[in-house]
Design a protein around this ligand. Structure first.
Ligand code: URA
Ligand code: SF4
Length: 208
């Protein structure tokens, strides 16, 4: 299966998933969206009210702010991949529970493998904890950290900035640094190159 097919398969698997309790209360699962060749992946926490209604990530107030943040660096949401650590809405927007995070993590893992992004931006602490389990958001936000040969940048959750004005400038500054951090990512010696378009399959290789 190529990356595009695998990504579609994840979307399909998520839409019918019953691996944790969250499937009982969801209206629509929210697998995530964006091009399979996206260079940047944004990972939020979980769907909220509007996301659950529409089956799309970041379509409410936090989503509107995320689009404004992307505009700071001339990026459109259609260019990036956006998803969450849990794909179904926790009732009343409560925090996701550890069993739910564990049950859902394989979908995110498959999405990361398929897309192989240059940079992963985590939005909020549950997403950050996935890559930097011991980190504190107040000290690591906006910094590029290498995790398994990939750049991971933790940022505050856009919803946090909506509720806390003091964080707004911080998130904006962190976003403004993204282009530089991406340049840095491509210069990493152990950076995992994206598979070329015309990938030679192992079967073909064995002919030689
Ligand atoms: N907040 C999130 O973490 N994810 C969404 O998809 C929407 C709001
Ligand atoms: Fe499945 Fe994840 Fe939804 Fe739980 S949150 S039902 S594991 S897709």
């Amino acid at each position: 299966m190529n990356s595009e097919e695998e990504l579609k398969q994840v979307t399909q698997d998520v839409s019918t998933c019953t691996k944790c309790m969250l499937h009982n209360s969801r209206k629509l699962a929210v697998p995530g969206e964006g091009p399979y060749k996206a260079e940047i992946m944004f990972i939020g926490e979980g769907p909220g009210f509007y996301e659950n209604e529409q089956g799309r990530p970041f379509v409410g107030a936090a989503g509107k702010f995320l689009e404004e943040l992307l505009a700071i660096v001339n990026m459109k949401r259609s260019e990036v991949f956006i998803t969450n650590v849990v794909k179904c809405r926790p009732p009343g927007n409560r925090d996701p529970q550890s069993e739910e995070l564990a049950a859902c993590s394989n979908y995110l893992e498959r999405q990361i493998q398929a897309i192989n992004p240059k940079v992963i931006v985590t939005l909020g602490r549950y997403s950050m904890a996935n890559f930097l389990p011991k980190a504190k958001i107040s000290s690591v936000h906006g910094q590029a950290v290498k995790v398994k040969g990939r750049l991971v940048i933790a940022m505050y959750h856009p919803a946090a900035a909506l509720h806390q004005q003091s964080l707004k400038a911080t998130i904006e500054q962190d976003f403004a640094r993204l282009p530089d951090l991406i340049t840095q990512a491509t210069q990493m010696p152990e950076y995992i190159e994206k598979a070329p378009e015309e990938k030679i399959e192992p079967e073909q290789l064995s002919l030689f």
